[in-house]
Write a protein that binds this ligand. Sequence first.
Ligand code: AHM
Ligand code: MG
Length: 354
Amino acid sequence: MIENQDKIALPVGVTLDRFIKRNEDAFPFATGELSQLLRDVALAAKIVNREVNRAGLAGVTGLFGAENGHGESQQKLDVIAHIRFLRALRNGGEAAAVVSEEEDEVLVTGNEGAKYVVAIDPLDGSSNIDVNVSIGTIFSIYRRISPIGTPPAMEDFLQGGNRQVAAGYVLYGTSTMLVYTTGRGVYGFTYDASLGEFFLSHKQITTPGTGSIYSCNEGNLNDFPDTVRSYVEACRSRRYSARYIGSLVGDFHRNLLKGGIYLYPPTARAPNGKLRLLYECYPLAFLVEQAGGMATDGTMRIMDLPIRLLHQRAPLYIGSREMVLEVSPALSDAEHSGGPMLQKAELPVSTAIS
Ligand code: AHM
Ligand code: MG
């Protein structure tokens, strides 16, 4: 799964900038644009981190008074984070277009010569903003398929999860972390605000093969499909721990490190699930697979799910491999009968940096 491991193994304590630079040097065709894009994301993350930390003081929590395109009320910080990331990506020059949870349409940056496009949920877990609970940013990067030098197209974003070249998240928690993958393992960086730097703190993250934490909104249990309801009941009877923040990044991050499963099944209110494929499910699926875990919609690998709409929703079962297999019976059967879909060798390989 992880190539060039020796070349990118650096002592914990290196800065994100240095790590990205060394990482880039390990790949002969690297031209530095993707590296710059990752630095732009990190810069915006620092700015958003500052806004999140002083949100109560600056009076920016609470509703902005508008609704985003999906009829969800926008929080002030959602809007601020959206603007910060957009500016960083536009001014950095390496993103031709951006899709954000906060806007219906593709946002064109004017950087027509850029090779990449970015899908982003600028501030996820918005219901937690006002109550000082962890929130996060999720991002996903594609190499555009529209000709470079021409306006970017919607198709650039509808390539499917396997075409991601990088993905990651920022967790604004007890400390702020940036975790990302370019398809060669998962690395975590912790922010030192006094120095204004992210430092490598979690080298080559691998997730436990199983765990004893399950994370879902159990208030919706009666709406869950039978297989999922039975699985949750099994978790209870095994005395697993229920842990659910209601911030996907926080729940995902905890389970990634400790072992566990996050579930957002279809419900009566959200028959296709609640989460968005492009900037929530795909990027976390890419990360979890790179860490040795698994992500499905209950019937197939999230990375293989076709996408037709920018803001398409999907059910999500993600985390430790054994646990996700248990709630995805068709895939489990395929694996046991030697089916090809879940072989580790099939982890994404379409991630060359150029
Ligand atoms: P958001 O993008 O509006 O913040 O919604 C996504 C969030 C996830 O972070 C979280 O896991 C989930 O919605 C919580 O949903 P619910 O309140 O239905 O449990
Ligand atoms: Mg979201």
